[in-house]
Design a protein around this ligand. Structure first.
Ligand SMILES: [Zn+2]
Length: 437
């Protein structure tokens, strides 16, 4: 063992103390899938005080570290999953809707149903949804909401045994900020071109940020203000983009049922001109696309849009099962991947999905896009999500210095070519144990 392999993480006096107390832990298994490099057969992960110290072949690490050994047998050790896009506050609407072929019809029903949720329904439904994420191997979430029920629940759910973390995005829907509907305008935390400071989420594991709902439901000046706030607070900017054809038609100035919806809500006419271009082109023209922006969905994107997303380094969060549920189409994920765009995965809410499982999203994506290699799909559900949420220094892959929280998944005998395929296709039914170092 040379000092380089321990790196700067544990300085040698501390290392001697750790070894004398025998408090390194070496987790060995048939497979270790770090994501940042190829799967390691008969691999191991060394942990110390909640952090990963080393990853490599078990035989090498066993001779390098005096450590307590935990043998996970034929399992696969892999990073915990990241759900880059969800709406936990819609959890009381689980199984409320059937799969639809009308995006605007679903939005209309959703708004009505959300208004009917009784205050006493929030807590049990959201607690169940969070438990579902835990059972499905999800460690962090980018959760989007218009209400403040989620930050309060996140604060009260900290039990120290499962280090759930992520970002709560307070989502703004603000089509006419200076128009007639002053009530809507001032009820949002956006006043006179500035965003009010968010409420605090106690503890270090959750951050509070702002997101925009969509290019068709937030006025351009508000979109820019939200992005500026996120930038100045080192937070990612998240927005639903190109989810449906209705959105494309609307922004291009054509006939779209979104116009009727805005009329019903008293938000029509707008006090600005529609851009007459695609949602991606529009966001680029506003200066909103960069490597800290996450465009969620990107179902209705063409070759020019993909080139813009690639050029600007913008991340894309795919939500394949939600897209199927709402009948909006299938994102061109193979083309997005081929263009070098960083992909993440999200479940969206239980109002457009029947489960909160990133493994299920992976299996669905693989079936929809057979040309996507399994390593790209598994990366989207782990490192891609961590990168999109700005938490890749702690999570998303098994690397030195990252959090020692990972999954042990029963695999049976699989070869190196099949291990990632197994995770993508079978992971959903095999989610094993949490390993919390
Ligand atoms: Zn969403």
């Amino acid at each position: 063992m040379n000092s380089e392999s321990v790196g700067s993480y544990i300085k040698s006096p501390n290392r001697r103390i750790a070894e004398s107390l025998n408090c390194f832990c070496l987790h060995k298994a048939r497979w270790v899938v770090p994501v940042s490099r190829h799967p390691i057969e008969n691999g191991a992960i060394v942990t110390f005080q909640g952090k990963i110290i080393d990853v490599g072949p078990a035989s090498e690490l066993r001779s390098s570290y005096s450590a307590e050994i935990k043998d996970h047998g034929d399992s696969i050790l892999c990073p915990a999953l990241i759900n880059t896009h969800s709406h936990l506050e819609l959890s009381p609407l689980k199984q409320h809707f059937s799969p639809s072929n009308s995006f605007v019809g679903w939005v209309r029903s959703l708004v009505e149903a959300r208004d009917q949720i009784r205050p006493e329904d929030w807590n049990p439904a959201i607690s169940l949804a969070i438990n579902e994420m835990r059972e499905n191997g999800i460690i962090a979430v980018g959760d989007v909401g218009n209400l403040d029920v989620i930050p309060l629940l996140f604060s009260s759910k900290k039990d120290g045994t499962w280090p759930f973390s992520g970002i709560f995005f307070h989502e703004l829907i603000c089509p006419v900020p200076n128009g007639a509907d002053e009530e809507i305008f001032f009820s949002a935390p956006f006043v006179n071109g500035k965003i009010n400071e968010p409420m605090d989420i106690p503890g270090p594991s959750f951050h509070y940020s702002f997101s925009a709902h969509a290019p068709y439901s937030v006025a351009p000046q508000v979109l820019k203000a939200i992005k500026a706030w996120d930038q100045s607070h080192n937070m990612p900017f998240s927005i639903h983009v190109a989810e449906s054809e209705d959105e494309i038609d609307f922004l291009r100035g054509g006939h779209s049922p979104l116009i009727e919806l805005l009329k019903e809500k008293g938000h029509w006419p707008l006090d600005y001109d529609l851009p007459q271009v695609s949602p991606v082109s529009y966001l680029e023209s506003l200066g909103l696309l960069d490597r800290h922006t996450v465009c969620v969905h990107c179902v209705q994107v063409d070759r020019d849009d993909i080139a813009i997303l690639a050029k600007t380094g913008t991340g894309v969060c795919l939500c394949p099962r939600s897209n199927i549920f709402l009948g909006v189409g299938v994102a061109p994920s193979e083309e997005l991947y081929a263009a070098g765009i960083s992909l993440a995965l999200g479940t969206d809410s239980l109002a457009s999905n029947d489960q909160l499982s990133i493994f299920a999203e992976m299996a669905s994506l693989s079936n929809l896009a057979p040309g996507l290699p399994p390593e790209a799909i598994f990366r989207a559900g782990t490192y891609g999500g961590a990168k999109a949420l700005g938490i890749s220094k702690e999570l998303g892959s098994l690397d030195r210095g990252k959090n020692a929280t990972f999954l042990s998944i029963e695999s049976g005998p699989v070869g190196v070519k099949e291990v990632l395929e197994f995770l993508v296709h079978e992971g959903h039914s095999k989610v094993g144990d949490w390993v919390i170092g």
